[in-house]
Every structure is written in C-alpha cells, then in structure tokens.
Design a protein. Structure first.
Length: 212
C-alpha cells in the first residue's frame, strides 16, 4: 500500500479530531448549556457576535490580507462571497454551541479590527484569534484574550482555556503570554498553514488554568 503524504495524514488526523471533539461536546450537551454573551466590553473594545451584514467589514478589515492570514489555516478571501459564507458558518456554529466568534471593534472609532473565537473542548475551550495589520503592536489582542478568558471561567465546568500557534508566529505567542497563558509543549507536525507551505508544521500549545 502506498504511504500517505503529509497532507493526507493531516486531513485524516483533523477529521478524527473534529469527530472526537463533536462527540465529546455532544455527550455533554445535556449536562450544560453555554450562555455565550452577544457582547463583551473591554477598556478599549467591543467584542460582538457576528451579523450577516458584517461581511464587507470583515473582508475589508482583514479577510483579504495575506499578512494577517499567514499563520492561519485558511487562505485570504478572494471575494466578499467567501466572507459571507464564513459568517454564515460562524452563526451556525454559535446556534449549535460548537463555537463562539466575536468581532473586535474599537470603542473610539467603531472600526472592526479583528476577531476572537472559542470552541468547547473537554473541560474548557480552545481559543483562536487574529488582528488587522494596522492595529498590531498596540496591546489589543491580549486585552481581548483576557476578556474572553474571564468570561470562560464563569462556567463552573471550565478548568482551562488552551490555544496553539505556529512556532514562528512570535506575535501570537507574545499575545498569549501577555494574557498569562503558559507554554506547555511543542506539538510536532501538528497543522498545515497553507499560506506558508503544504507541509505539516510544529506548533506551540499554550494554556491558562482556573485559579483555585
């Protein structure tokens, strides 16, 4: 039998992982209902649940920018139709309690500057985030991460929040560390970031645990 290439192995692992995550989430649905807020406020930002009308804002702010998507698992959007499809998926996942995404808006200008999302996972959440290029280096993401983590720990069943980032993605690693996440391990050949290469890449795994 011909050996599977790295992409096939990754796709198989991702499919199994996704199925396992859904089964774990499904098995706990009767025991809990996640009351994710439509809005979270910080000192400088509004974190808001997506709306179908946000497609143009998302596309313009970051979805089409190759610099923003460099270390992500999806390629820059070629057109606004792709962005609309993604927002539809956000809303479906929210309804099914499979994931919760918030867009980030500055309080002073009201501009969309990024997004942050969590997915239920075991006894906590897995976190992902991105920031529009014009707002890099201003501390917005650690502020957003801290706010989402504070909300996550209001759930009595949540013991930790985790996140992964490419080992070369120093900006995301710094944002997590500034938000008090601890680097736990290296996940070897863990994810494909298609904007860099088709090969599996090593990632850092970070986590923050509930304070006793």
């Amino acid at each position: 039998m011909k050996d599977k290439g790295p992409r096939a192995q990754w796709e198989e692992k991702s499919a199994k992982g996704e199925q396992g995550r859904k089964e774990k989430t499904k098995s706990k649905e009767d025991a809990r209902s996640i009351a994710a807020p439509d809005e979270i406020h910080t000192a400088r930002m509004l974190l808001r649940k997506p709306r179908a009308t946000d497609a143009q804002l998302m596309f313009t702010a970051y979805a089409q920018d190759p610099a923003v998507t460099r270390y992500l698992m999806w390629r820059p959007h070629a057109n606004i139709a792709q962005t609309r499809t993604v927002i539809d998926r956000f809303l479906i996942e929210w309804e099914k309690q499979e994931g919760f995404c918030w867009f980030l808006f500055t309080n002073d200008t009201g501009k969309m500057i990024g997004s942050i999302a969590v997915r239920p996972e075991n006894n906590g959440f897995n976190l992902g985030f991105l920031l529009a290029r014009a707002y890099w280096g201003n501390g917005y993401m650690p502020e957003a991460i801290a706010a989402v983590v504070a909300w996550a720990f209001t759930g009595s069943w949540v013991s930790s929040v985790s996140a992964t980032c490419d080992m070369k993605n120093h900006a995301s690693a710094r944002a997590l560390e500034k938000a008090a996440f601890v680097r736990e391990r290296i996940l070897q050949q863990f994810l494909i970031h298609p904007n860099i290469s088709p090969a599996l890449r090593d990632c850092f795994e970070y986590a923050i645990t509930r304070s006793l």
